[in-house]
Design a binder for this molecule. Structure first.
Ligand code: ZN
Length: 356
């Protein structure tokens, strides 16, 4: 019993000692933790105090003063640089856009004639290509490159070439019917000019006119001494063009005169699906062409045997610009003035077709 009592007593004592020891340990930890916190806090406050003291002591004399001066200087230097606040990097020919800068009184300029810009930054895209827009204000000058996209891409095929290519090729995709690759063409009875020369002269003037109106132009040839078949010409223009214009001139009896356009019918096995568009293009071209020139209008004719038309996958029109075997048409078409009118008329026709 006694022993048991002692044991119990011992156990109680032991528990008490253990509890007191635990209390000490916990208290010790608390103290330690508090110390740590206090230490950190005091460190911070000391740091703050020292900084504060620094500010106060140097304070109004040099510290803050120099700080304010530095800011003031910075304000002068850091006045926002001249910047564009409204720009366009791509714009279609014929469209306008108002460029803006973050400052008033800017002088606007463009690097070339592909566009113009007004005093207030109104930019007008004129021709396909690239142009740099610059804003100047005193010593500040900023520029941005602008890409002008073409209104449309026009394919021009000046018919024939200096030497005919009498080999044959299929008149359309998958066709077993074959025709001469490039025939010789006709010749001016009054001027002696060859058809291939006339078509290239007009083609080059048309290209110039179209570029000035914001179009991009692809030519099947720019020289007379080439060897490109009618099929190859069509394939070249199919690649990037929206429409193709084939330039030719007629030959016949001396009394025959005037211009006509040849287009494929809806029953054409190769390009029948585009017949409507081809007809619309043909109609736009002949009207505008005859309005602009002294050449009479013979109208539209269906032709389904033209290789260069049948291989086309874009709306295409073949214009017979007049009769080289008629002295009046021949002289008019050979003249520089006449060719200028012809080119303008064809360009008018393309504008009308696209709705410009
Ligand atoms: Zn021809």
């Amino acid at each position: 019993m006694e022993r048991r009592f002692f044991d119990k007593k011992c156990l109680r004592l032991f528990t008490l000692i253990a509890a007191v020891a635990l209390l000490f340990i916990l208290t010790g930890l608390n103290i330690y933790a508090d110390d740590g916190n206090e230490g950190t806090a005091s460190e911070i406050s000391q740091d703050q105090d020292s900084q504060g003291a620094g500010q106060v002591s140097d304070g109004e004399s040099s510290g803050e003063g120099s700080g304010e001066e530095a800011l003031a200087d910075d304000e002068t230097i850091d006045e926002p640089p001249l910047q564009f606040v409204s720009v366009k990097k791509k714009i279609k020919a014929g469209k306008t856009f108002k460029f803006k800068a973050n400052k008033e009184g800017v002088t606007w300029s463009v690097s070339n004639g592909k566009a113009s810009i007004g005093k207030k930054g109104k930019f007008t895209a004129k021709k396909y290509g690239k142009v740099k827009v610059t804003a100047t204000l005193g010593d500040e000058k900023i520029s941005i490159k602008v890409k002008i996209l073409p209104k449309k891409v026009i394919g021009i095929d000046p018919g024939h070439q200096s030497r005919a290519n009498l080999s044959t090729e299929p008149i359309g995709p998958g066709s077993s019917t074959k025709k001469t690759c490039v025939s010789g063409g006709t010749r001016g009875t009054a001027t002696g000019k060859y058809e291939y020369q006339l078509t290239l002269e007009v083609g080059k003037k048309l290209k110039k006119e179209l570029i000035s109106r914001g179009y991009k132009v692809v030519m099947t040839r720019t020289k007379n001494d080439v060897n490109i078949t009618n099929r190859e010409r069509a394939l070249k223009l199919n690649k990037d063009c929206d429409v193709a214009v084939r330039l030719h001139a007629d030959g016949g009896a001396s009394g025959a005169k005037g211009a006509s356009v040849l287009y494929p019918s809806s029953s054409n096995a190769y390009i029948g699906k585009l017949s409507k568009k081809c007809k619309k293009l043909s109609s736009s071209l002949i009207s505008a062409y005859c309005d602009a020139t002294n050449i009479s209008n013979r109208g539209l004719f269906v032709r389904n045997d033209l290789t260069g038309t049948n291989w086309s996958t874009i709306p295409v029109a073949l214009i017979e610009m007049g009769f080289m075997t008629n002295s009046s048409d021949d002289r008019y078409m050979a003249s520089s003035k006449g060719q200028k009118k012809m080119a303008e008329g064809l360009a008018d026709g393309l504008d009308a077709y696209f709705g410009y």
